[in-house]
Design a protein around this ligand. Structure first.
Ligand code: FAD
Length: 553
């Protein structure tokens, strides 16, 4: 064979996708995958469920193995071989065979780096005590499983309330452990806005997970066979094991020592064809920095979908195609005790951090399907969009069913540069058990579109205390009695046309109801009668989310 020599470092999401696509495009290439771990193409995303015994058979985590790569794709896989240096001038890498210590050189025409990221182990006192784990690989999960059974573990402390930490919380609770989550921020799910993370926290607490939020870890001690997690506030959380899930750091050591350019966030810098600063070296996955499609900033998004797509783009380019990577939008989902938590695009705090203004947001709380069909579950949705033209910037959703479907629809719209007006027009599946003739994605577009057209002026819940507007609750009197926003008067929607005289014309009137629909009808009545009116998006449900979260006032 005298084709191109393609060497791929790292044989999981980005690397395996790249190598196998290279073979599909170039039957003559000679392709080798080098991985320092014992496996290639394994399902990292399944690891929490293997620890939790949902996936019982470890071999199910192996999506492919060396023999399959060889037989099906004619790709040579060398596991337990670590790439230790890149000689760019000679176009060779130095590889260490871990079982023998032998070092050898391997030449390439195209080199692909997909070394992933390492779980962060903070340099805190006691961090290396036995019983403190990270979760990144099959051997990691095997060690955690063994510790739970050998030590007969009854309790665990999880440090970090991101996706992996919370998935681990669910899985350990399901294995009968008592779980405490310690998180430095005062919310769970750091990528979410606080008011959207709040129902997630409540749901976890309902399922017995103890939360220690707003408190950083100071160190670890061992005490009478247990591990104590000491926090900065002076609290002590005791567990039989500790899982550190405080984020990942891109594996850039090889790239850095080879003099490849790193980006402003510390990941490997690549262009939109996944090419590094060396024209013969590509990179993909958790180790690279890419453009965020919404903010146009460089970012690092450690997710399997982008890693796979980046590997594929690199393969295309290596094999002579002009494919480009469009960027990332951080579409992600997590399931926690039956609650689905998903987001795509920018959060409000992400936009603020990026210094972006000129956005608007709406909240809605529709059912996953029509309410008359048994079993409808509400979904809390937040949609963020650009004020000037309605372009969708991001969405977050939390609910017990079909959350993924709504976020996926909105993610698709974002990918195509869609606006809230596009969401209004989407034609989506409908039969009673699946949705509504107006799907939640349509509703989100309609509410936002109505606002931008001036038919439904919105007020911001966060401004409530500061604004002199008259606050009117348009729900029925019995609903008002069971709880309302302090300072609000009650004027039920069905009576509003006959009681217009009770409302001021020299002052703004801000309306709310349960979730926003009745207040919208009332807004239209009042606007057409000459009142200055605004609507508090998402109604009393949104108010309770905001006031119970750290974003409250
Ligand atoms: P990896 O998949 O990490 O692979 C890197 C490989 O490179 C490793 O096998 C490593 O051994 C090897 N390597 C590194 N350096 C060298 C070297 N010098 N020489 C040889 N080999 C080397 N993403 C989602 O989208 N959804 C999820 O639900 C999800 N759940 C997750 C759950 C867990 C517990 C974890 C750990 C991750 C999860 N992810 C999830 C993230 C996702 O798995 C990663 O984004 C993805 O695997 C990144 O792919 P990658 O190719 O960049 O790196």
């Amino acid at each position: 064979m005298n084709g191109k020599r393609i060497v791929v470092i790292g044989g999981v999401a980005g690397g395996a996708a790249c190598a196998s696509r290279c073979r599909r495009l170039d039957e003559n290439a000679s392709i080798v995958i080098i991985d320092r771990g014992p496996y290639v193409s394994f399902a990292n995303c399944g690891l929490p469920y293997y620890v939790g015994d949902v996936i019982k058979d470890e071999s199910k985590l192996l999506v492919a193995n060396a023999a399959l790569f060889q037989d099906r794709f004619n790709i040579e896989v060398r596991t337990q071989h670590e790439a230790v240096a890149i000689d760019r001038a000679a176009r060779e890498i130095e590889v260490k065979e871990l079982s023998t210590g032998r070092i050898y050189r391997e030449s390439y025409d195209a080199l692909v780096l997909s070394p992933g990221a390492a779980a962060v182990r903070p340099p805190l006192p006691g961090v290396d005590l036995p019983g403190i784990f990270v979760l990144r690989s099959i051997p990691d999960s095997r060690r955690i499983r063994a510790w739970i059974s050998e030590e007969n573990a009854k309790s665990a402390v999880i440090v970090g309330a991101g996706f992996i930490g919370l998935e681990m919380a669910e899985n350990l609770v399901n294995r009968g452990l008592s779980v405490t989550v310690v998180e430095m921020l005062d919310q769970v799910m750091p990528p979410f806005d606080p008011e959207m993370a709040r129902p997630v926290q409540e749901h976890l607490e309902k399922h017995g997970v103890k939360m220690a939020l707003g408190d950083g870890v100071a160190g670890f001690e061992s005490d009478a066979g247990h591990i104590v997690v000491d926090t900065k506030s002076g609290a002590r959380h005791v567990g039989d094991l500790v899982i550190l899930s405080i984020g990942v750091r891109p594996e850039t050591g090889l790239a850095k020592s080879a003099g490849l350019e790193l980006g402003e966030r510390g990941g490997i810098h690549v262009d939109d064809q996944m090419r590094t600063s060396d024209p013969h070296i590509w990179a993909a996955g958790d180790a690279v920095e890419v453009k965020d499609v919404v903010t146009d900033r460089w970012t690092m998004i450690p997710l399997a979908g982008p890693a796979n797509r980046q590997g594929r783009v690199a393969a295309d380019v290596i094999c002579g195609r002009d494919t480009k990577f469009r960027g990332v939008q951080a579409t992600a989902i997590c399931g926690l005790f039956g609650l689905e938590v998903a987001s795509t695009g920018a959060s409000e705090k992400g936009l603020r951090r990026a210094g972006m203004t000129g956005y608007e947001k709406i909240y809605l709380h529709p059912g996953n399907h029509v309410s008359y069909f048994p079993g409808a579950k509400p979904i809390n949705i937040k949609l963020i969009f650009r004020k000037s033209d309605g372009r969708i910037l991001g969405a977050q959703a939390v609910g017990e069913a079909d959350v993924d479907k709504r976020i996926d629809v909105i993610a698709t719209a974002i990918q195509f540069g869609g606006t809230v007006f596009d969401l209004e027009e989407l034609e989506l599946c409908y039969a009673p058990q699946f949705g509504g003739a107006k799907d939640p994605a349509n509703y989100a577009g309609m509410i936002a579109g109505n606002h931008l057209r001036g038919d439904l002026p919105l007020a911001d819940w966060q401004q409530l205390a500061a604004d002199p507007a008259l606050l009117v609750d348009v729900r029925d009197a019995d609903e008002f009695e069971t709880g309302h926003v302090p300072g609000a008067i009650n004027l039920p929607l069905n009576q509003i046309r006959h009681r217009l005289g009770e409302l001021p014309r020299d002052r703004e009137v801000w309306l709310y109801c349960g979730v926003g629909q009745r207040a919208y009808y009332a807004t239209r009545v009042l606007m057409q009668n000459g009142f200055r009116v605004k609507n508090l998006s998402g109604g009393f449900r949104t108010y309770t989310l905001i006031t119970s979260s750290s974003d409250g006032h």
